[in-house]
Design a protein around this ligand. Structure first.
Ligand SMILES: [Zn+2]
Ligand SMILES: [Zn+2]
Length: 259
């Protein structure tokens, strides 16, 4: 079985003690690739994911400015980001987007930094990893404005069928993580059942949002297998078929242009 975790924060300090053991458990659980999200704190820390990807061929990296950090970008950040995005192990830009739940950065700054990254992704022909929380309409509006040609994924998708339709209309994927195993996620499970098989990705967002039965603990890439089983059960399809399809989707979205 081939599983991909399309979104994890391997650079998180919570993995400092046992990062290699975490990776070993991931490979043992059937994972073949990981996308290490390298948001860090913006410049000069864009390379957090790249350093991990350089150490293991099964790890790929993304670079981007998380909406939480949009208010703190330094002068010249977009050029620094562009330079990092050209590293051969960088296969996507992000995570980027809008988060009006926390508003750790002013919404105006979030929109500005998001838009600039969408333009960069279009110029560099990279797919985008979108983080959106309580900001669906504004997120969709900016995506419709730029329409990044290499597409992207709504990471940790937590909407229902209507939001899923918006994503597919843009040609985007839904990133399904631990939330889908939570008891109250009925609308999300409905979207996951309705989704075309070629629109789904698996992710963990580790160390956050561990799926049942690990809920509340530190999440790790190996737990993508728990989410995989739950989604397969919802869709009443073999686990192996879903694993193969979501892996092929990741490869189509992110690895098409890698050397
Ligand atoms: Zn996120
Ligand atoms: Zn994340």
């Amino acid at each position: 079985m081939r599983i991909v975790d399309s979104h994890c924060h391997l650079d998180d300090p919570r993995f400092d003690e046992d990062r290699q053991a975490v990776l070993d458990r991931a490979w043992a659980a059937g994972l073949v690739s990981l996308l290490a999200i390298g948001t860090g704190e913006g410049p000069p820390d864009f390379a957090a994911g790249i350093r991990l990807a350089e150490a293991d061929r099964r790890i790929y990296a993304s670079v981007g400015v998380h909406p939480h950090h949009a208010g703190r970008v330094a002068e010249g950040w977009a050029n620094a980001l562009r330079a990092c995005s050209r590293h051969p192990r960088v296969v996507a830009l992000g995570e980027m987007g809008l988060d009006y739940h926390y508003n750790f950065s002013p919404p105006e700054a979030q929109r500005e930094v998001f838009l600039r990254q969408l333009e960069l992704a279009a110029e560099e022909h990279k797919p985008v990893v979108i983080h959106t929380r309580e900001a669906w309409a504004d997120t969709i509006a900016l995506l419709q404005q730029v329409r990044p040609p290499a597409g992207g994924v709504f990471h940790c998708f937590s909407g229902g069928p209507a939001e899923a339709e918006d994503a597919w209309e843009l040609g985007f994927y839904l990133g399904l993580g631990g939330v889908i195993t939570f008891p109250k996620a009925h609308a999300l499970r409905e979207a996951a059942r309705l989704a075309p098989l070629d629109r789904l990705l698996l992710e963990t967002d580790a160390p956050y949002l561990a799926p049942v039965p690990h809920r509340g603990k530190r999440n790790e890439p190996a737990f993508a297998a728990d989410t995989l089983r739950r989604v397969a059960e919802e869709r009443q399809m073999p686990v192996e078929t879903l694993a193969e399809a979501t892996t092929a989707n990741f490869e189509r979205l992110c690895l098409r242009y890698t050397r």
